[in-house]
Design a protein around this ligand. Structure first.
Ligand SMILES: [Zn+2]
Length: 114
């Protein structure tokens, strides 16, 4: 990977990190502001909204973890290399998904193993 592309992807990862950190904070505030009281209908609505927010937060946390791993890889100088076979990941793939950890071939293997 050339330096310009690396810098570009690093910038994207950093702004994504900021964006997601902010969103997690906002969603946490929303969870805290949900009033679980009132009649039964209000109550299940509140529980339902909270479930959705928890899911969003959970997704964002996982995404954040991937971003932090990617940033750590950049520091180590191993960014853009497949975590399984060690080959360089296709550059188009990295641009489409800067947190990609596996090349297309390995991703299929890893995912089918689940
Ligand atoms: Zn691979």
């Amino acid at each position: 990977m050339d330096n310009a592309t690396l810098e570009e992807l690093k910038e994207r990862l950093l702004s994504l990190k900021q964006e997601i950190t902010f969103r997690i904070k906002k969603n946490n505030e929303k969870v805290n502001n949900i009033q679980v009281k009132g009649d039964e209908g209000d109550f299940s609505n509140a529980v339902y909204s909270r479930e959705i927010l928890y899911d969003l937060i959970e997704n964002d946390r996982n995404h954040l973890k991937d971003i932090e791993e990617a940033l750590y890889d950049i520091e180590k100088g191993t960014y853009g290399k497949c975590h399984r076979c060690g080959k360089e990941i296709e550059i188009d793939r990295m641009k489409a998904k800067p947190t990609a950890k596996y090349c297309i071939r390995c991703r299929e293997i890893v995912e089918s193993g689940r």
